[in-house]
Design a protein around this ligand. Structure first.
Ligand code: PMP
Length: 372
C-alpha cells in the first residue's frame, strides 16, 4: 500500500526506533533523579536530544522546551503569552488558515476577554504583509502565523512578518509543524520569531512528543510566559512533569537525521511531487484541478480537486492501494476551513484530496496511479 498521508503523520525512522528502545528498558531512570547510572544516563541522553533539536533549528539548547506536540505547544505559547502580557494589551493577530490548535485556542481566549483578528488569506492561503501591518493596534501583544499550511503546503513569508513584529516590539509565534525537515530553516536568520512549535511525528519521530522554541533575550533569559502545567518545575518551569524520555530521545534522533539528510530529502520530495503531478495531469486531465500553488510551498504536498467526484467515496475506493486524506486529519469531519478561506465552494471542497508525499517513497511506487 502506498502511504501518501505524511502530513497527517509519518512512519518512525528505524534509526529513531533503535535509539528509543534502550530508554524504555535499561535506561529507564527519571532524568531529574541523581547519582545512579539510569538517572544520569537518561539525563545525558535528554541533553543530547535537546542539542540535536536545537541544532536543527539553529538555536541554543536552552531555548528548547519539550512538549507532547504542537497542540500543546500552540496552547502553551498563545495562552501563556496572553495571560502573562494581559496587563499590556488584549489583542492577538492570527490568520484564518491556522491549525485548530491555534484557532480554537484563540476562540477560547475571546471568551476570556481577548480580541482576536483572523486575517484573510490569498488564493493559496498566504497572508499579506499589508493586511498584517494594518491589523496592529496599541493593544496588540502577540501575532501567531502558521509557517507552512498543512493542507495546501503554502509557505507564509515568516521573515517579513516576524521582522515587522521585531520592529514593533511585538511577540511573534509560528506553528512550524509542517515545515520541519522539509524546509531548511535557521532561526538565526529570524530574529523576530519569539516562539515556535513543532511535533516529532511529522518528521519521522514518535507521536506524543514535540517542542517549543522560546527565544532568549540579550540577558540570556528566556521570554517569560505563564506555564500551562504547574508542578515540579521541569523544563525551566515552563512545562512541569516527568520528562517523556523515550519520546524525547526519538525527537532528538529524528532531528539529527532530518538535519543530516535535509538536502537529499527535499530533493527527493520535489522529484516525487513533480512525478506525481505529471501522472495526475496526464491520467485525469479532464477532471483535475490543483488548489495549491506550485512554488513557494512545502515540497510533497498536493491538494487536488477531482471535479464531480466525491472525495470520501474516492478515498474509500483508493484505500486498499493508496492512503490519502481529504485534508487535515484533526478536523476531517467538517468541510475544510482552509479551503473555505481560499474561496473554494462546498462542492469543490467535497471533491478535494490531499496527497502528502515522503522522501521514503520510490518514484516507481507512484506508477500505481497509472493503473487506476
Ligand atoms: N499544527 C499543524 C500545522 C499540524 O499539522 C498539526 C497536526 N495535524 C498540529 C499543529 C498538531 O500537532 P499534534 O497533533 O502533533 O499535536
Amino acid at each position: 500500500m502506498l502511504y501518501l498521508d505524511n502530513s497527517a503523520t509519518t512512519k518512525v525512522d528505524p534509526e529513531v526506533y533503535d535509539a528509543m528502545l534502550p530508554y524504555l528498558l535499561e535506561e529507564f531512570g527519571n532524568p531529574s533523579s541523581k547519582y545512579y547510572p539510569q538517572a544520569v544516563n537518561s539525563k545525558n541522553a535528554v541533553a543530547e536530544a535537546r542539542k540535536n533539536v536545537a541544532d536543527l533549528l539553529g538555536v541554543s539548547s536552552k531555548e528548547i522546551i519539550f512538549t507532547s506536540g504542537s497542540t500543546e505547544g500552540n496552547n502553551m505559547i498563545i495562552k501563556g503569552a496572553a495571560d502573562y502580557y494581559a496587563d499590556k494589551g488584549n489583542h492577538i493577530i492570527t490568520t484564518s488558515t491556522e491549525h485548530p490548535s491555534v484557532l480554537e485556542t484563540c476562540r477560547y481566549l475571546e471568551t476570556k476577554g481577548f480580541e482576536v483578528t483572523y486575517l484573510p488569506v490569498d488564493q493559496f492561503g498566504r497572508v499579506s504583509l499589508d493586511d498584517f501591518k494594518r491589523s496592529f493596534k496599541d493593544s496588540t501583544i502577540l501575532a501567531t502565523v502558521i509557517w507552512g499550511n498543512n493542507e495546501l503546503g503554502s509557505l507564509n513569508n515568516i521573515k517579513e512578518l516576524s521582522d515587522y513584529c521585531l520592529e514593533q516590539d511585538i511577540f511573534f509565534h509560528t506553528d512550524a509543524t509542517q515545515v520541519i525537515g522539509k524546509v531548511d530553516i535557521n532561526l538565526e536568520d529570524f530574529p523576530g520569531i519569539s516562539f515556535l512549535s513543532c511535533s516529532a511525528h511529522k518528521f519521522h519521530g514518535p507521536k506524543g512528543v514535540g517542542c517549543v522554541y522560546i527565544k532568549k533575550d540579550q540577558y540570556d533569559m528566556l521570554t517569560p510566559l505563564t506555564p500551562l502545567y504547574h508542578g515540579g518545575g521541569q523544563e525551566n518551569n515552563f512545562r512541569s512533569g516527568t520528562l517523556a524520555v523515550p519520546g524525547i530521545i526519538g525527537i532528538g534522533k529524528a532531528a539529527e537525521l532530518a538535519r543530516e539528510r535535509m538536502t537529499d530529502n527535499i530533493k527527493r520530495l520535489e522529484e516525487n511531487e513533480d512525478y506525481l503531478t505529471k501522472i495526475l495531469k496526464e491520467k485525469f486531465s479532464d477532471v483535475i484541478a490543483f488548489n495549491n500553488d506550485v512554488s513557494n510551498k512545502i515540497p510533497g504536498i498536493l491538494n487536488v480537486q477531482f471535479k464531480g467526484i466525491n472525495n470520501e467515496l474516492l478515498l474509500k475506493q483508493l484505500a486498499p492501494v493508496i492512503a490519502a486524506s481529504t485534508g487535515s486529519a484533526c478536523s476531517s469531519s467538517k468541510p475544510s476551513h482552509v479551503l473555505q478561506a481560499i474561496g473554494l465552494s462546498l462542492e469543490q471542497i467535497r471533491s478535494t484530496i490531499r496527497f502528502s508525499l515522503s522522501f521514503q517513497i520510490y518514484r516507481e511506487e507512484l506508477d500505481v496511479f497509472k493503473e487506476l
